[in-house]
Design a protein around this ligand. Structure first.
Ligand SMILES: CC(C)(COP(=O)(O)OP(=O)(O)OC[C@H]1O[C@@H](n2cnc3c(N)ncnc32)[C@H](O[C@H]2O[C@H](COP(=O)(O)OP(=O)(O)OP(=O)(O)O)[C@@H](O)[C@H]2O)[C@@H]1O)[C@@H](O)C(=O)NCCC(=O)NCCS
Ligand SMILES: Nc1ncnc2[nH]cnc12
Length: 291
């Protein structure tokens, strides 16, 4: 007699990395209360986004992340062929995202950041330390992709106008917002016993204190950017999101940014990148499926 094998088929490395990337996006979207961003409470400064759309968008990107990881395994090294392969997959992923959201830009920056990080992690899953993976991602990001269109994107427009560094430079520099701000803050707030949700909010705020978020600059100019950076610092200085004083500052910042129509979408993407890196760096080797 044949017994059915009810054991689920083990996931491949590429599938596990894609799962982690999607989890990071969903964890970011769900985290509340985030200033002026879509969260469990509402739509923040957005009229065309909501939580269900953020989740659907995140899930639609799973095949793109898996394909990027598979390309990394197939090419086996940082180089132009891999850079151009993930560029093509990223652009296709963006089309899938837009088809899923009816044309709303939910995760363009996240496809870029997480796409590079998933690819970098898949290149050598025996070493997934935060700084190693982000450095590998940076080496990919500085390579030229001959097939990348050069549209006058919102990011490009504010780069011209304000000389701001955007998503491309953040990746090319090895994600300093993640390595120097978000991850250390996440660890400090966890160590202080602030609880996971507050630690993640504090990590987001740490990113916001310094980032040239091109979404904020495009929507609300330098006034919006200063409000975001100073307001985020004020929350942390008041004790962070786990303290009553910090919580009050956080609500003030939410109101101020919404009034300015300033949504820190770039900071949100980098929080997702931080959560992904935290997961793969703390798991005892993604090989062993420890996450
Ligand atoms: C390299 C690219 C990321 C293109 O970058 P560029 O700056 O030229 O283009 P943008 O279209 O402006 O997109 C950049 C997105 O990156 C996020 N971001 C912003 N600032 C930063 C920063 N300093 N560091 C890191 N990341 C940053 C941000 O994405 C989030 O916000 C979006 C929502 O914003 P919102 O204002 O609501 O929406 P918009 O439609 O833009 O405006 P409104 O009309 O609503 O006002 C959301 O997407 C979040 O994810 C920026 O939007 C890259 O896209 C690229 O070159 N891709 C080509 C394909 C490729 O090579 N892929 C590689 C595979 S990994
Ligand atoms: N939670 C969020 N709200 C608005 N824009 C975003 N871009 C990425 N995550 C976002």
């Amino acid at each position: 007699m044949h017994a059915f094998n009810l054991q689920p088929k083990p996931l491949s490395l590429a599938e596990r990395l894609a799962d982690l990337a999607v989890d990071a996006l969903i964890d970011e979207a769900d985290l509340s209360p985030k200033p002026a961003l879509v969260d469990r409470r509402g739509n923040g400064a957005h009229t065309d986004l909501h939580l269900g759309l953020m989740h659907a968008s995140a899930l639609s990107l799973w095949p793109a992340f898996k394909e990027m990881a598979e390309s990394a395994i197939a090419f086996g090294e940082v180089g132009v062929p891999l850079r151009e392969a993930i560029g093509r997959i990223g652009r296709e992923g963006e089309q899938t995202m837009l088809a899923t959201t009816n044309g709303v830009n939910t995760h363009r920056g996240a496809i870029w950041a997480l796409g590079l990080l998933v690819t970098a992690a898949a290149l050598d899953c025996s070493n997934t330390h935060a700084s190693t993976v982000t450095l590998r991602a940076a080496r990919l990001a500085i390579l030229d992709d001959r097939f990348a269109p050069r549209p006058l994107s919102h990011g490009a427009q504010v780069a011209q106008r304000y000389g701001a560094r955007g998503a491309r430079e953040e990746a090319q520099l090895g994600f300093p917002s993640v390595i120097q701000r978000a991850l250390p803050q996440l660890k400090r707030s966890r160590a202080a016993g602030h609880g996971e949700q507050n630690a993640r909010l504090d990590a987001l705020l740490a990113i916001m204190t310094q980032l040239s978020d091109t979404c904020v600059l495009y929507r609300a100019g330098e006034q919006g950017l200063h409000t975001m950076q100073l307001g985020a610092q004020a929350v942390l200085d008041a004790g962070g999101s786990a303290s009553l004083a910090g919580r009050r500052r956080l609500h003030e910042l939410d109101e101020q940014l919404i009034a300015l129509n300033a949504s820190p979408g770039g900071a949100a993407d980098l929080l997702a990148a931080c959560l992904f890196i935290d997961r793969i760096a703390s798991a005892d080797g993604i090989n062993q499926g420890a996450f």
